[in-house]
Design a binder for this molecule. Structure first.
Ligand code: FES
Ligand SMILES: [Fe+2]
Length: 421
């Protein structure tokens, strides 16, 4: 268990909150490039701050305060210009760095005041990588946006999935260091949902190792031993708010204390027969949460099952009431590392995993169980009988609701023709 004060410390993400300060030191994926191909203005809430994300006529992306500094109009109703975003109330124009480029009436009536130069809007830096738009909301100088190895793998069909979850980010992230739930929440529950009897192999042993970019969990089940990748490679709780499983990343980006944006980036290596494969745009889609026929959560796909657990823990899980067992050693370790990080920040140091040296930021390797297959590829026949990849060829396994357009693009990439094509 964790007392109320410590629970608050871990879960509060607003400006000025210790954990809010910590998370602001890392780049966060907030949107997909595919959704910002043209000029666009959208409201977005991140870590308790109301902001506007836009793309202007020159292709600049901007992330600025939602309220205009003049008289607080809502800039999500502003309009983009060739350069910047213009408030629809009195026409003040701001660029992506927060500078005020025009104040149409002031510029004409009182140019000598140079009022424009005295006004700035809050603006955060953005970068594009792996089809995602990333924001940095922390103190300068900003660290480097990590260049994770999978972002550079060739011949992959990639897709991005967003889901907005009505719960705090930290209970989502604790799931990244929770091996035993696979047996129950996924394997056994999926069996029951399919009307099947029987049990998945039990977990016999779990272990949690720290490394530079997070924690790795390892496990041994009844049907595996210490030579299995479940033990030799494991899975990664990637610092500070992601889960990495070899073929996909899941980020839990705080919208505010009570809502989280789940961002999934998934990679599927196309069969060697379909190479070379280049993907011009990484498609992005929003996964639904509710089953419209029952009004209950969707439970058919792996991450939907996780969402049921996270949201079910309460808007902000009350950790004063929990009873941790030995399976939760990783959870305890993760919390401790965050408390250590908060102390590091107080001492003026960088928290865990911050990258500032460009020489280090070259296709950073993470634990990957199927590295050979992902790097070299495999023929269609081998994928079609592979215990994991065969299922991926049939259906996107992580979230329900993949749009037909994305499904068709995937089929075309792996060399299958869609039924209605
Ligand atoms: S409120 Fe935005 S220009 Fe006046
Ligand atoms: Fe899970």
């Amino acid at each position: 268990m964790l007392g109320e004060a410590k629970n608050k410390l871990l879960t509060r993400v607003g400006p000025g909150e210790p954990m809010g300060n910590l998370l602001r030191r890392y780049w966060m994926p907030i949107a997909a490039e595919a959704d910002y191909q043209d000029q666009k203005v959208t409201p977005i809430r991140l870590m308790g701050e109301d902001l506007v994300l836009y793309r202007d006529g020159k292709g600049n992306l901007g992330l600025v305060d939602r309220q205009c500094p003049h008289r607080r109009a809502d800039l999500s109703y502003g309009y983009t210009e060739d350069c910047g975003l213009r408030c629809n109330y009195h026409g003040w124009l701001f660029d992506k760095d927060g500078a005020c480029l025009e104040q149409p009436y002031e510029d004409v009536a009182a140019p000598e005041r140079k009022f424009r130069e005295k006004v700035k809007i809050k603006a955060y830096p953005l970068e594009r990588k792996a089809g995602l738009i990333w924001a940095y909301m922390g103190p300068m100088p900003a660290p480097l946006l990590p260049d994770w190895e999978p972002f550079n793998w060739p011949n992959g069909f990639k897709q991005i999935v967003f889901t907005t979850l009505p719960c705090n980010w930290f209970q989502c992230q604790e799931n990244s260091i929770d091996p035993v739930h696979f047996e129950w929440m996924h394997a056994n529950w999926a069996k029951r949902l399919r009307g099947e009897d029987g049990r998945a192999p039990r977990h016999l042993k779990v272990a949690f190792d720290e490394f530079e970019h997070g924690l790795v969990y390892k496990r041994i089940r009844e049907d595996t031993d210490e030579t299995n990748p479940l033990w030799t490679v494991g899975r990664t709780a990637l610092w500070p708010n992601a889960f990495f499983l070899g073929d996909h990343f899941e980020w839990r980006v705080p919208i505010d204390d009570e809502n989280t944006l789940s961002v999934t980036w998934a990679f599927f290596r196309v069969p060697t027969e379909a190479e070379p494969f280049e993907q011009d745009t990484i498609p992005a889609w929003e996964a639904p949460l509710i089953d419209e026929t029952t009004g209950r959560w969707i439970t058919s796909h792996v991450m939907n099952q996780d969402f049921v657990a996270w949201v079910g823990q309460g808007t902000i899980a009350d950790r004063a009431q929990e009873r941790l067992g030995t399976s939760d050693a990783g959870i305890i370790k993760m919390r401790k590392l965050f408390f250590d990080d908060l102390e590091k920040i107080d001492r003026g140091e960088d928290p865990k995993g911050i990258i500032r040296d460009p020489a280090e930021n070259q296709s950073i390797k993470l634990p990957v169980a199927e590295r050979d297959l992902l790097l070299r590829g495999a023929p269609r026949a081998a994928l079609a009988t592979h215990p994991i990849w065969a299922k991926h060829m049939q259906d996107f396994p992580f979230c329900a609701g993949q749009p037909e357009t994305v499904r068709d693009a995937f089929r075309a990439a792996i060399g299958e023709v869609s039924e209605d094509a």
